[in-house]
Design a protein around this ligand. Structure first.
Ligand code: SF4
Length: 379
């Protein structure tokens, strides 16, 4: 039987979100000057460079991306550029780590601002998963359980999951992944987002009383042997701080204000919100559904505000798109990647200097790659 090993040392933990200060020369630059200089650096680097941009990035950054998409789509795009030397990932830390795991040995992955982390990924540190798995083993549950982690998790978590026969999933393939998981074992441990796990399993017909929430701050997750015995799905107590801001009350309000409006949300929202919506799915699903809806449609969209605003502009004037949250839900860590940071890392590359490189330790890479390769094969 495999065991979880402590493979993230204290130095690695401390360095994960250590921020490199932006050099003073890159502060306060006019937008048009930055745009010209970014284009010039891209041209100088040519095919040696690929820029990936997550949908939640701000407009001033995403306009320079060679590929835009969700985590799943961007992870797949890396394979299209085997000869590129540099992959600049305009997203957050766990995405750049996944890129480093999937990249060829000669490829170097750069995150424009190292402080661009993810609060959800931070809710599942490797040492807590290790404790969880050991406690599940003590109760005789681990051997009946396959671990599955959402891609929004640290490389150390993906590695631990891969080491124990599990896989990574995204919001695009969460349903197919749970189906795969239950073909392997009787139970699934799903982390770090309890909402994605619960919403996906419920959609597949699993009742709420067959799901339990593992609180990593409580001994044995705060659960009894009996509760774990009954459960088909063990949900890690984690969430996305952006998507839990959406409420069922907002849906009532938007329906009152816009009769006939359709509501579509990301599955990281709480259960009651998803139940009150008309549709749900990954960012790619949201984009495709709204784009392909009939002219004259009105949509309230429950996901990060940059995606919602771009979608609204793209489909106007034929269709109307509003944010489900009137104040707009912004991912503040995604927002840390600025055009100033992008220009700085590109200028550095032109000068032959790699700054803000993300390097996953080799011992994590091996198992994390196995878990990520499983993810890419499960559709
Ligand atoms: S939107 Fe939520 S899950 Fe996505 S990067 Fe931001 S905090 Fe993390």
């Amino acid at each position: 039987m495999s065991t979880f090993l402590p493979i993230l040392n204290e130095v690695e933990k401390a360095s994960i979100h250590e921020r490199q200060p932006l050099p003073a020369a890159y502060l306060g630059l006019p937008d048009d000057e930055m745009a010209l200089r970014i284009e010039a650096a891209r041209a100088a680097l040519g095919e040696r460079l690929v820029i990936l941009g997550h949908h939640y990035q701000r407009d001033e950054v995403i306009r320079f991306a060679d590929y835009t998409g969700d985590s799943f789509k961007l992870a797949g795009a890396i394979a299209n550029h085997p000869r590129a030397d540099y992959i600049v990932f305009c997203g957050v830390h766990f995405m750049a780590e996944s890129a480093d795991i999937l990249a060829r040995p000669h490829q170097r992955v750069i995150l424009p601002d190292l402080a661009a982390g993810c609060s959800m990924a931070d809710m599942a540190p490797a040492d807590q998963l290790e404790i969880c798995w050991n406690e599940l083993r003590q109760m005789g549950i681990a051997e009946r359980t396959v671990p599955v982690t959402y891609i929004n998790s640290a490389a150390a978590i993906k590695s631990l999951v891969g080491q124990n026969g599990g896989t990574v999933c995204t919001s695009s393939n969460a349903g197919a992944t749970l189906k795969w998981g239950w073909q392997q074992k009787e139970k699934i441990l799903f982390l770090p987002d309890q909402h994605l796990g619960r919403n996906t399993a419920y959609k597949m017909g699993v009742s709420l009383d067959r799901m339990v929430v593992w609180d990593p701050h409580e001994p044995f997750g705060g659960l009894t042997r009996d509760q774990l015995d009954q459960a088909r799905l063990i949900l890690w107590k984690g969430h996305c701080s952006v998507h839990v801001r959406f409420t069922a009350k907002q849906i009532d309000q938007v329906r009152r204000e816009h009769p006939g409006i359709k509501v579509i949300v990301h599955p990281e929202v709480p259960f009651d919100v998803l139940q009150a919506a008309d549709d749900s799915g990954s960012t790619e699903h949201i984009l495709n559904t709204v784009r392909n809806s009939p002219a004259g449609s009105t949509w309230a969209v429950g996901t990060e505000v940059h995606l919602v605003h771009r979608l609204a502009e793209e489909v106007a004037p034929g269709k109307t798109v509003v944010s489900l949250d009137q104040f707009g839900c912004l991912c503040s860590t995604m927002f840390r990647v600025s055009p100033n940071h992008l220009l700085w890392v590109l200028d550095s590359l032109v000068d032959g200097d790699v700054v803000n490189e993300i390097v996953v330790p080799e011992e994590q890479k091996k198992w994390a790659k196995i878990a990520l390769d499983r993810m890419l094969s499960i559709q």
